[in-house]
Design a binder for this molecule. Structure first.
Ligand SMILES: [Zn+2]
Ligand SMILES: [Zn+2]
Ligand SMILES: [Zn+2]
Ligand SMILES: [Zn+2]
Length: 582
């Protein structure tokens, strides 16, 4: 069986989960925590550090390989995904080559395209991208078989972004009615408000002169953040908390000692919390559901537990119950894992054929339907094709990495050598995931189903949820006067119900290249939106004014797909390539 995991890719952290004996479990790393901070840094020797290893490491300046080449955005993402993949493999004791990725709603074409490229580089085949509030809806909704249909508002406030969605939950289906994401507004801003408050306190101490160099300010903020985070968490349960920051920590003669009350904290975060609540109102309005029509509010994300937010949401949606059935930090990853374990089909990225989930290569075109094996460069750490003799990025020899890989697999718990494919460790007897059915637990009869089973083999209960998607940004071209010509509007269901068609013309005899600027966003002036480009490669010898017909559509993952052909000559070869600069 090909093991698939669910990954919650937040802006500040990631969580991986997988189905074990039917339950979606968050997989902890070597440090015991399932939360992997999305940070990178440099070791004293100049090596790139990712995740926990990078906490506290210097992050200033550009990240470069040991031979001085900067890592691109896609390569940095690939390093992070490779770390998550390895963490999952260590926790499960078997290779992980497929994943369902839960992404923030604000992600646009540039982020989606570079994420998919990075996943492929890391050796992860993406079964599906799912917007994180929908994954939260799956985690919440799958556990309630037979319940009546419900309309819920998901309020997912992570560290660095806010996602809001109104979902309709049916038996076996999660359908978005409206959703919106804000990539700037996150729970970290609440901690930042406390940090700013603490710095004001320090500045008010007359005898104290703060070192105002950029590096010193950054260091001070970093130190204070730790205390601010603790205070924020404490104030979600307690009415007040004492904040004491000793002078040694600050490298200052003064110190901070005060009692922060919840009321004072709410005063500090008030404006940003109001922005977050305004987004919830906006999405509820866009869904067409009146406030009394919202049956429940599902809080997700580590920062949604702030009481100010909870009470304001309760006031806004008077009939809604606060739904508690979801782990706010792990729930999105668990929903992605449930989806990964119940998908019956895998779509070929090359020819779009739906293949049975157990296929490793497409039945029609032989394209790979699982992540390919990777070797990690001993110098720059980037994943490489396992057949390469030297690293494609830095040229280091991969011989050593290949030898390490040839060694027998080891038990993730005790380190004893285990036989490939063994069901449990011969030394510590821990089950190794092999033989685990890989599907979810049937909510009706409690049996764990095999991966890809759409219904419970024992009692017939429907297991595989239908999970819809919704375009979170408008996509279009520019009219000659510069206004946005919207092709695929925001709020459209995914995949696009029908393609949007446009005609473009060549401007010269024999023209073989045509570039069409694309725009993504809601601004009425095209140039104010995010930009991309469609490059068309045309056959030779076409006269000026030749019409090229272009069809635009979003796929189930929200990625733009384009097809192009010559008007009146469908057999002519027109290649269409999309570019979304990061
Ligand atoms: Zn195919
Ligand atoms: Zn390398
Ligand atoms: Zn063992
Ligand atoms: Zn059953």
């Amino acid at each position: 069986m090909l093991r698939a995991v669910g990954i919650d890719l937040g802006t500040t952290k990631a969580v991986i989960a997988a189905l074990r004996r039917g339950e979606p479990l968050a997989l902890a790393g070597v440090d015991g925590s399932p939360i992997v901070p999305a940070v990178m840094g440099r070791s004293p020797e100049g090596r790139v550090l990712v995740g926990h290893a990078a906490a506290g490491a210097p992050r200033e300046g550009e990240l470069c390989t040991p031979d001085g080449q900067p890592y691109t955005a896609v390569e940095r993402m690939a390093l992070f995904l490779a770390l998550l993949k390895r963490q999952a493999e260590q926790a499960l004791g078997e290779p992980v080559r497929r994943a369902v990725l839960a992404i923030p709603v604000y992600f646009g074409q540039a982020q989606i395209a570079s994420l998919l490229e990075a996943a492929q580089m890391a050796g992860l085949f993406v079964l599906r991208l799912v917007q994180s509030p929908l994954a939260a809806g799956v985690a919440y909704g799958l556990g309630r078989p037979g319940a009546r249909p419900q309309t819920i508002l998901v309020f997912d406030l992570g560290g660095g972004c806010l996602d809001v969605a109104v979902l309709r939950l049916f038996h076996g289906a999660v359908v978005p009615l409206a959703l919106c994401g804000d990539g700037w507004l996150g729970g970290n801003e609440f901690s930042d408000a406390i940090v700013a408050h603490l710095i004001r306190q320090l500045q008010a101490q007359r005898e104290l002169v703060l070192d105002e160099t950029a590096a010193a300010r950054q260091r001070l903020r970093r130190e204070l953040r730790v205390y601010a985070e603790q205070a924020k968490v404490a104030l979600s349960i307690l009415e007040q908390t004492s904040l004491h920051v000793p002078g040694e920590v600050l490298g200052l003669p003064g110190e901070i000692g005060e009692v922060l009350t919840r009321a004072a904290f709410e005063g500090l975060i008030g404006p940003r919390a109001e922005d977050a609540l305004a987004l919830a109102r906006e999405v509820a309005e866009a869904s067409g559901v009146p406030p009394e029509g919202i049956d429940g509010v599902l809080l997700a994300g580590g920062s949604s537990q702030v009481p100010l937010i909870e009470t304001a949401l309760e006031r806004q949606f008077p009939r809604a119950a606060l739904l508690r059935g979801l782990n706010p930090v792990l729930g999105v990853a668990q929903g992605a894992a449930l989806l990964a374990g119940t998908l019956e089909w895998v779509e070929c990225p090359n020819c779009s054929l739906a293949n049975p989930i157990e296929r490793e290569a497409c039945q029609r075109c032989r394209a790979a339907l699982a992540g390919e094996e990777r070797l990690f460069c001993p110098e720059c750490d980037l994943p490489n094709d396992a057949r390469r003799p030297i690293c494609w990025k830095c040229g280091a020899s991969l011989r050593q990495a290949r030898e390490v890989r040839r060694e027998a697999p080891t038990c993730p718990v005790c380190g004893a050598a285990v036989q490939a494919g063994a069901a449990s460790c011969p030394a510590c007897l821990r089950p190794l995931g092999k033989g685990d059915a890989g599907g979810p637990r049937c909510p009706a009869c409690g049996r764990a189903a095999p991966a890809g089973a759409s219904s419970c083999p024992a009692c017939g209960t429907l297991l595989a949820p239908f999970v819809g998607g919704m375009a979170s940004h408008s996509l279009g071209l520019a009219f000659p006067d510069g206004r946005m010509d919207v092709l695929l509007p925001r709020g459209q269901a995914l995949p696009s119900p029908r393609p949007a068609l446009r005609e473009v013309r060549t401007l010269a005899d024999g023209q073989t290249e045509l570039e069409v600027p694309l725009y993504e966003g809601e601004h009425p002036w095209a140039r104010e939106n995010a930009r991309g480009a469609l490059h068309l490669h045309l056959p030779e010898g076409l006269p000026s004014g030749t019409i090229v017909e272009v069809a635009f559509a979003l796929d189930r993952d929200g990625r733009l797909r384009v097809g192009a052909s010559l008007k009146g000559d469908a057999s002519a070869d027109v290649e269409a390539i999309l570019h979304w600069p990061v």
